[in-house]
Design a protein around this ligand. Sequence first.
Ligand code: NAD
Ligand code: WQD
Length: 342
Amino acid sequence: MKKKATVLVSGGAGYIGSHTAVELIAAGYDVVIADNLSNSDRTAVEGVRAITGVDVPFVEVDCCDRAAFRKVFEAYDFDSVIHFAASKAVGESVRMPLEYYRNNLTSLMNVIDLMRESGRSNIVFSSSCTVYGEPEKQPVTERTPRKPATSPYGNTKQMCEDILRDSIAAYDGLKGIALRYFNPIGAHPSALIGEQPRGVPQNLVPYITQTAAGIRECLSVFGDDYPTPDGSCIRDYIDVVDLAKAHVAAIARMIEDRNAERYEIFNIGTGRGVSVLELVRRFEQVNGLKLRYKIAPRREGDIVAIWADPTRANEELGWHAERSLDETLAAAWAWERRVREA
Ligand code: NAD
Ligand code: WQD
């Protein structure tokens, strides 16, 4: 296959970044991974290499260390960056706000600055549906107003979107796309890469798979008295491989100059809301097992329901969520079993 271009993937040793590296390579791009391994390790890079058969370059570097990060910009010839590097735990961000503001804002500002200084053009930024807060109307479109953030983490995503928007307005050579991910879940079908939370998982699917594996005793379903059909919260769970492909589409759009505006925002979700109890049941059915779970009190800060209107991504990026929830939940379980066997 003819090589297309090289993409720098910051945070590429992480969950979404490693899956995106695989899809970029499958689509004919060269990839350079930069990561400080603060929430990951080299096994994900090894996984990317094993899946693709490509000896993907990996640089251990902190994006907040501008001098060190500049060396990556000097050493590799790329025109596009996908910036995943960030701290992402909502609860931790409440306890350690300064660490979150420093890491998430500084790393993005350094990326933009180094791109500007070295004449690089295209950036994709990892944003989140968290910027919508508790929406008044479902599904949410990109025009749905953002609500004041309910955590320092959520605030960093709003602030980073604004930093990117304003920088692109000010610097002619720069183009950018912010992808607002809904709830990424699942793993690569090879089970060579997947989500590996440190400590007790805060997110639903890793908690489910660890409960099924016997590492956690029992899943707590946070609330069954919400105003939803079964009383549990509703989210839009997006397969991580589908999500990875949205990044490839975003990069291609900018490289091929098909972007309508120099700064664009896309929701990346399935368009389907699924409740916690529905997800638990599907996980049990598709994997042929019983999960120990109990109804627990509501978790503070949870929103009742949110799902995406992905029409803009469908029409403009030519991207659609393809994998079924069952395939995704089977892949999540296959990954968990492989991690436990290793
Ligand atoms: P992750 O923690 O698995 O990956 C992030 C990677 O960035 C890690 O490998 C970490 O070591 C690295 N990193 C962090 N700070 C760094 C720094 N200063 N310099 C270099 N590397 C650094 O998380 P993920 O789930 O893959 O998330 C990727 C991005 O997507 C993040 O920006 C996150 O906020 C965003 N996002 C995630 C979700 C989700 O639910 N997973 C949802 C919406 C948005
Ligand atoms: C999903 C549902 C819980 C764990 C978070 C961030 C958001 C974005 C995605 C980055 C909720 C319920 C969970 C458990 C449960 N990340 N749950 N028992 O809260 O939608 O979003 O990740 O940008 O910013 O806030 O995801 O996986 O934590 O929860 O019942 O042990 O599962 O109450 O309804 P959430 P989640």
